[in-house]
Design a protein around this ligand. Structure first.
Ligand SMILES: C[S@@+](CC[C@H](N)C(=O)[O-])C[C@H]1O[C@@H](n2cnc3c(N)ncnc32)[C@H](O)[C@@H]1O
Length: 181
């Protein structure tokens, strides 16, 4: 177990900058959980920007609320919602979308994944960054997942091997970056 403040203050910020998140970006953290990526994203994007953090789990969102108020972050908007069909954000409004560690719930066999990708396409601006942590998909499914994402008009840009956080522990793993065409 790592000290979470070291992740939020230092390592997570470094990680997201290396992924390609920039100051001023409008970010959507899809299925954000307790906000392990939301908090550093808000720091990188900085105060004149916004991070929309959506999850269906109220307890996790309450933890995120506490963390963001402890850090005095004003640029996080929490959306408590179970994704079924719609992400409640306008068309072409987002610069960066994080799809981190969600594929246990959105498996490649589940039509919900296709609906989610359709919505990600709708809300993302041209050339926006779609960053994916494909945890909980085996190697065969990973290839299929990549092809499915590409089929939603997202060009595969690069793969980054970096220290990230998963289940509140640090590990080294791969992140995929895509660009909306
Ligand atoms: C493994 S956690 C990942 C959290 C975060 N993205 C991270 O990487 O630390 C997956 C999250 O997805 C949320 N989730 C799963 N299905 C969802 C849905 N249909 N709508 C909204 N949230 C969902 C769960 O509540 C959980 O918090």
């Amino acid at each position: 177990m790592i000290k979470m403040d070291k992740w939020a203050k230092e390592l997570g910020v470094k990680f997201l900058k290396e992924v390609g998140v920039k100051k001023g970006d409008i970010i959507f953290d899809c299925c954000c959980g307790e906000g392990n990526y939301t908090i550093p994203a808000a720091k990188v994007a900085s105060k004149n920007s916004m991070v929309y953090a959506m999850d269906m789990n109220k307890n996790k969102l309450d933890i995120l609320k506490k963390k963001s108020s402890l850090e005095n972050l004003k640029n996080i908007k929490i959306i408590e919602k179970e994704f079924v069909k719609v992400i409640p954000l306008p068309d072409e409004s987002i610069d960066v979308i994080l799809l981190y560690d969600i594929f246990w719930y959105f498996s490649i066999k589940d039509v919900k994944l296709l609906k989610l990708l359709g919505e990600v396409n709708r809300i993302s601006k041209d050339n926006s960054l779609i960053s994916v942590y494909p945890e909980h998909t085996d190697n065969t499914d990973k290839n299929k997942l990549k092809e499915i994402i590409k089929s939603y008009n997202f060009r595969f840009e690069n793969e980054i091997f970096n220290t990230l956080i998963h289940d509140n522990s640090l590990k080294k793993d791969y992140i995929w970056n895509f660009r909306k065409m």
